[in-house]
Write a protein that binds this ligand. Structure first.
Ligand code: 13P
Length: 303
């Protein structure tokens, strides 16, 4: 039996034994996506985790995503696939810094990208993802919005709203690294391609794209498009479902590599170890959980 097949059988056995459900983000390694019961973008994963009825959710992704599952589904134990899978963007703002910014802009509603810690969400009015940012900002009652922590997503949303947006200067290393030059080069190589980028890319990169989309929105867009070739401006894990779901189409990542090191920490072996040892339990103090849940629930009610 192949190593891969053996690992898959092991996981199937552990899932039964533990009454566990495995969810994975679109950025996860192909092997890991294959063993998941559900794969999606941040928004779909949050929506799905609300209603999972199991003893355990094994979350293959990064910490803030697993935290959201723990916040939304407190009856279920959430295990993060890898103990050190974090998000440098989420780490760019903490509660004390957010409080200082709130004092500076007392009229503004805080809209927190889900790429934030639970304690930061707890200090925010509403959350958003890359799939619903403009919709959420437009639905806030205030005229002024303090958007944290991704300035590129915030800038993109500001082109779709009349609200006054104050942008906190955070960014994603993986997405902000892509330059207009790399987009131009890719375009020269594949002149017929449609260009889809993530809104965490720089504004000048987004300006060269046909669309700025969340990872799952890219999957839907590519399926419906008449184009055959696509240039993708997001973490290369997304190429796996893009290719699987669109066998007649061609997908190329922009630049020479597009990798989120934290998303790549999870391998099948890591998932097996986490399940066998029941480690990496994600907990959120109840006082923070209920307030963070308010901000996430507001988002889910609007979306
Ligand atoms: P999506 O919500 O588009 O899947 O993006 C998640 C993310 O963290 C992007 O870096």
């Amino acid at each position: 039996m192949s190593h891969h097949k053996q690992a898959k059988e092991k996981i199937a056995g552990l899932k039964k034994e533990l009454n566990a459900v495995i969810v994975a983000h679109n950025y996860q390694l192909p092997d890991v996506q294959d063993i998941a019961d559900f794969v999606g973008d941040s928004l779909e994963l949050a929506q799905r985790c609300v209603s999972i009825k199991a003893e355990i959710i094994v979350f293959c992704g990064v910490r803030f995503m697993a935290e959201m599952a723990a916040i939304l589904n407190p009856a279920t134990t959430v295990l993060l696939s890898h103990p050190d899978a974090g998000c440098p963007l989420a780490d760019m703002i903490d509660v004390d810094t957010l409080r200082q910014w709130k004092e500076r802009y007392p009229e503004a509603a805080v809209v927190a990208y889900v790429n934030t810690a639970a304690a930061v969400k707890a200090e925010s009015y509403v959350c958003c993802t890359s799939a619903n940012g403009a919709e959420i900002v437009n639905a806030t009652p205030n005229e002024e919005v303090l958007f944290i922590p991704d300035q590129n997503l915030g800038h993109y949303i500001s082109t779709k709203t009349d609200k006054k947006m104050i942008l906190y200067p955070g960014f994603c290393h993986t997405h902000a690294r892509i330059t207009t030059k790399e987009v131009e080069l890719a375009k020269q190589r594949y002149p017929q391609a449609e260009i889809l980028v993530h809104p965490e890319c720089r504004p000048e990169v987004i300006a060269l794209a046909d669309a700025a989309l969340s990872t799952s929105q890219m999957l839907r867009y590519a399926a419906q498009s008449n184009h055959r070739v696509f240039l993708i401006g997001t973490e290369e894990g997304t190429l796996y479902p893009l290719r699987k779901q669109n066998p007649g189409k061609e997908f190329h990542v922009i630049g020479d590599s597009f990798i989120c090191p934290d998303m790549k920490k999870t391998t099948i072996e890591v998932v097996i170890e986490t399940m066998q040892t029941g480690s990496n339990v994600v907990t959120v103090p109840e006082e923070i959980r209920v307030r963070a849940k308010q901000a996430i629930d507001r988002m889910l009610a609007i979306t």
